[in-house]
Design a protein around this ligand. Structure first.
Ligand code: ADP
Ligand code: ZN
Ligand code: ZN
Length: 694
């Protein structure tokens, strides 16, 4: 039998290995097989047609994991497609899709877990019928009604873009679509971008689907929990599976619906291992298994928007907020006209400060967001020009005032803040710029409650939520009204249903306007729209709610589009620019990155790969439509003393690019081993298909 095992990419082992078995083992079965001196888990693959098992020195399968039903054909094909498309080994993708705990267990151990699970869940849990009756369901809004009907009456399973404003009630549409799938005896898979949004969604589904088993899959689970939830999905016990991007690989024997909420979110793209897009794989899975896929967003990715325009996806719009609420009024503060504080840039313009105090006086909450954590992004010596660089990276170390450290956010290198400038001894080294810690401090100093006491400022970012339970308790404090102003990074702008929030402010969002990354504007627009969606969610307060943006470029088209909440106008302008520049979604990209001790070595390797491709006879026709750019340093070129260089491959044809990448694979393996350029070898390389950022 052929078995996919997780052999490291550099081991040079082929996609799948062949073993003997004393009796037939169906494809999809989990087995334990010898690999070198170890015994590892593997998944039995369908036989390639030309498979000739005449070879005498094949080793036998060590153990078949009995009791665990084999993974279905559709799942195997998903793994095969993902491996092929993202240029990884089948074994790596297939095994990474299983819970790590499962790969460690032998047959008797798996049987024990299964028994325990069946005992806990009990028989017949899967067919529980006590879900919420029709009388208890909230009546749908007109828009929801129209969308739900359209989804139900679709002639064939399709991918549908649900373009709904923040607060338009998309979740209710997901719930109805899921209920329909479950009523038909199918499973529904619902993906969310952020792990901190799963509890909220889980609560809503649990309330609606009483008596049904709901499995959750995300990185916050313990290994044992993850195995348990994975098994609930795989055994078909769970009717609903909610999770982050990893859940797209869940084994679901009765799958009938996939929902991707906030489909535009960059976190659906994996940034290591197989760099897959869970959103794109969800669409592929839906097509392949002939089931409906709903992609929900207020600001769809331009890829999805274009597909909808071209008719590849159906599209449903829900422009209105539930309950007749309106989106907050957008107020642009022209920072060019604001007084400048002596010696430092201004965090809060006087009108914004007054507006925040006005909200506090009325007992309403505000959200102020800044996409930079820490106190200040860099420390600076005014005498000699020293800056707090990281010795290991081409990046500044961030000043964290709470524990008085300088921390590198790339390699983690942390030191106590020096008392004086390390270069000239000047005692007066100062923070430059502003992060959430500093913003929190400044707001606490500037804002007062009506009784004269300082305003209650909360802060939510990666630093304040490092420990388990911190995020939950901080969110609870906000919901309970114990916070006047919440400061945070983009973490707080997504998804949360804050009921008392009437003002949202972006204090310094301009940076993305002039980024070299062609997706920066798209992401900023989505972020600001999402952030605006946190204010005025209570319809009665929505007319007074506001979205403030402090900017040095108030006439920029992005902000002008934001003022009108004109997503489609903004999207069209972006698409026109993208078409003119031949970048995605009008072109397809792959990035080849190489890491080495020196930039020259990494560059040399990429040049050698490029040359080898240009010399390859089979590649000639493809190279007419695939352009290979020269290698350049990555945005942060050095991390932890490793230089990172990248080479972009671009083509108007996805197929041509894919074919060329397939030809590049063996070259990469060969060159990586043999390659000893004049500057030495490389440490590793990685291929990123459809990269998020270039
Ligand atoms: P979205 O995901 O589109 O931003 P939500 O699904 O969170 O919006 O819905 C916004 C709010 O409206 C939620 O508090 C939700 O409970 C409420 N809601 C949604 N649909 C209805 C409905 N049909 N009737 C009453 N309230 C609804
Ligand atoms: Zn100095
Ligand atoms: Zn560093």
């Amino acid at each position: 039998v052929t078995v996919a095992v997780d052999a490291p990419q550099h081991s040079g082992l082929s996609e799948v290995l062949t073993y003997t078995a004393s009796q037939p083992v169906p494809p999809g079965t989990l087995v334990r097989v010898p690999l070198g001196r170890r015994v590892v888990s593997g998944v039995v693959m369908p036989h390639p047609p030309q498979d000739d098992l005449g070879d005498a020195d094949l080793r036998p399968i060590e153990q078949v994991i009995e009791g665990l039903p084999p993974m279905g054909t559709a799942w195997l094909q998903l793994a095969q497609f993902a491996a092929r498309y993202y240029q990884r080994s089948l074994g790596e993708v297939a095994l990474a899709a299983l819970p790590p705990e499962l790969r460690k267990l032998d047959a008797p151990q798996v049987l024990t877990r299964l028994k325990r699970l069946h005992k806990a869940v009990g028989p017949g849990a899967a067919v529980a019928q006590e879900s919420v009756g029709p009388a208890e369901l909230p009546p749908l809004t007109e828009e929801q009604q129209r969308v739900v009907q359209a989804l139900e009456s679709a002639a064939a399973p399709a991918t549908t873009l649900l373009h709904g404003a923040t607060g338009s009630g998309k979740t209710e549409v997901y719930l109805r679509a899921a209920a329909r799938a479950v009523a038909q005896g199918r499973q529904a898979l619902v993906l969310v971008p952020e792990i901190n949004l799963t509890p909220q969604l889980e609560a809503r589904f649990a309330e609606r689907f009483k008596g049904h088993v709901i499995a959750t899959l995300h990185s916050g689970l313990t290994p044992a929990q993850r195995l348990r939830h994975w098994l609930l999905a795989h055994l078909g016990v769970a009717d609903l599976v909610l999770g982050t991007r990893m859940a797209v690989f869940a084994s679901l024997p009765r799958l009938g619906l996939i929902v991707v909420d906030e489909e535009h979110d960059p976190s659906y793209k994996s940034q290591d291992g197989a760099r897959y897009s869970a959103r794109d794989l969800a669409v592929w899975r839906g097509r392949h298994e002939q089931l409906p896929v709903i992609l929900g967003s207020a600001t769809p990715s331009l890829e999805t928007w274009l597909h909808a325009q071209q008719g590849r996806y159906a599209r449903q719009d829900m422009p209105a907020r539930v309950g007749g609420g309106v989106l907050p009024r957008v107020r642009l503060v022209d920072m060019n006209l604001q007084p400048r504080a002596v010696g430092q840039s201004l965090a809060l313009s006087p009108p914004l400060q007054a507006a925040l105090e006005g909200r506090i006086a009325k007992g309403e909450q505000s959200l102020v967001f800044l996409n930079r954590r820490g106190y200040a992004p860099v420390l600076f010596c005014g005498d000699c020009g020293w800056k707090s660089g990281c010795p290991n990276c081409s990046a500044w170390r961030v000043f964290h005032k709470l524990d008085r450290t300088l921390r590198c956010h790339h390699c983690g290198y942390t030191e106590r803040v020096p008392k004086a400038c390390p270069d000239c001894g000047n005692l007066d080294i100062a923070p430059m710029g502003r992060g959430t810690e500093r913003l929190e401090e400044q707001l606490a100093q500037a804002l007062k409650r009506p009784d004269g006491s300082p305003a209650r400022i909360g802060r939510i970012d990666a630093d304040s939520t490092r420990h388990k339970g911190e995020l939950e308790s901080q969110l609870a404090a906000v919901h309970a009204g114990e916070v006047d102003v919440l400061v945070g990074t983009q973490m707080v702008t997504k998804g949360h249903d804050f009921r008392r929030m009437t003002l949202v402010a972006a204090v310094n969002p301009d940076g993305a306007l002039f980024s070299s990354d062609f997706r920066a504007a798209e992401r900023l627009f989505a972020l600001l729209m999402q952030a605006a969606g946190r204010a005025g969610r209570e319809a009665s307060q929505s007319a007074q709610s506001e979205m403030w943006v402090q900017t040095w470029h108030p006439t920029h088209p992005l902000y002008q589009a934001l003022r009108q909440y004109d997503y489609s106008g903004f999207a069209q302008a972006q698409l026109d620019e993208r078409a003119a520049a031949s970048v995605p979604p009008y072109a397809h990209m792959a990035l080849l990155r190489a890491e080495a001790k020196t930039a020259a070595a990494a560059t040399g390797f990429l040049q050698a790969v490029s040359q080898a491709l240009q010399d390859l006879p089979e590649a000639q026709a493809l190279l007419e439509s695939v352009f290979i750019y020269p290698p350049v340093p990555t945005p942060v070129a050095k991390v932890a003393n490793v230089e990172r260089i990248q080479m972009l491959l671009e083509s108007p044809s996805r197929v041509a690019l894919q074919k060329l990448l397939a030809l590049a694979q063996p070259l990469l393996h060969e060159l990586r081993h043999g390659y000893k350029g004049p500057q030495g070898g490389i440490l590793r390389w990685a291929l990123d298909v459809d990269p998020q950022a270039i």
